[in-house]
Design a protein around this ligand. Structure first.
Ligand code: SF4
Length: 321
């Protein structure tokens, strides 16, 4: 079970919720900003060990960190939280959402994590707010800049070079949701509504009304059976499996489930150009003939494994390159 937010430690009953999950035998991971990790919380996490705690570290200087949080004192509180967890030997990962505000400190942040001996990763995808607001986009990096960071990070570069040929080819399923959401994971919000992932606002199920059994046996299969209806370019795209395009993000950005998110499209194409030798983005043109070609190709490749597109939801970031 992953407890995330917002900030889960803001809940006055957090320790009660956490203990309930632990006593039920669950492996619990906690995503937190670290600023509310007091000695009491750290002691509790040591007594009832979390599988892992992940803290988002916005930078290694107070100035950069607080330019992101816009909360005075948050840097010191986060650093103290990290210390308290490490002192107790609690498994800790650090991560950074890289933006225009902290890009200049990314490698120093990574080095800091390495010095502490904890796992570290970074990500530059900023999703819209769940009400559809695009305000977070004001600090996101251009796709070219994110690819530039991929290229500077040897591990990421090698991973992308390796997966590119393996994932090449169009999507052959006609279902709408081809990722692992609802299969490997699902999300429950604080009001008891279940959805395929944290970002999905299009299909929600109120657990308080009909219970988990109905969600698992009826709601999720019904959402998974939805077909892709639009003749969108993604259905014929050879780099669809490298792309974070997903119905949940389209819904937040466009109000429908299939209109491609332009930023993700550009990022996937820039990555393919960087890591797929000889790849060139196709000029945009009438999609209908391409769709026809894809259907023929699908007939010829029926056995191709289900694609595993990287997820933008933030829930299973380990899926991402
Ligand atoms: S958004 Fe662009 S890169 Fe991604 S699958 Fe669709 S066409 Fe391909």
């Amino acid at each position: 079970m992953l407890l995330t937010g917002g900030e889960p430690l803001l809940r006055p009953d957090f320790l009660e919720v956490y203990a309930h999950a632990k006593k039920a035998g669950m492996l619990v991971t906690l995503f937190t900003n670290g600023t509310l990790v007091s000695a009491e919380v750290a002691d509790y996490l040591a007594e009832w060990p979390a599988r892992k705690v992940e803290i988002t570290l916005h930078g290694v200087t107070r100035e950069t960190f607080e330019s992101v949080t816009r909360v005075a004192g948050s840097y010191d509180r986060c650093m103290r939280g990290i210390e308290l967890l490490l002192e107790r030997g609690i498994p800790l990962n650090l991560k950074t959402t890289v933006t225009t505000l902290n890009k200049h400190e990314l490698w120093a942040t990574k080095e800091y994590a390495e010095r502490l001996g904890v796992e570290y990763r970074f990500d530059g995808l900023l999703i819209p707010r769940l009400n559809g607001s695009r305000a977070p986009y004001s600090v996101r990096l251009a796709p070219e800049e994110l690819v530039g960071l991929d290229l500077q990070d040897q591990e990421r570069s090698q991973a992308l070079e390796k997966v590119f040929p393996q994932l090449w080819g169009p999507q052959l399923e006609d279902v709408l949701y081809v990722c692992g959401a609802g299969k490997r994971s699902f999300h429950i919000d604080p009001t008891g509504r279940l959805s395929l992932c944290i970002m999905n606002r299009a299909h929600m199920f109120d657990l308080r009304e009909r219970g988990f059994g109905a969600a698992w046996h009826e709601f999720i299969p019904a959402v998974h059976s939805l077909k892709s209806e639009g003749a969108v370019k993604c259905r014929t795209c050879p780099i669809v499996s490298l792309c974070g395009q997903c119905p949940s993000w389209s819904y937040l950005e466009h109000g429908d489930l299939e209109t491609p998110v332009e930023y993700l499209c550009s990022l996937a194409n820039r990555r393919a150009e960087a890591f797929g030798p000889g790849y060139q983005e196709e000029e945009s043109e009438d999609e209908t003939p391409h769709l026809q070609e894809a259907v023929c190709e699908a007939d010829a490749h029926e056995s191709q494994a289900q694609r595993g597109a990287p997820c933008a939801s933030g829930v299973s970031k380990s899926d991402r390159v």
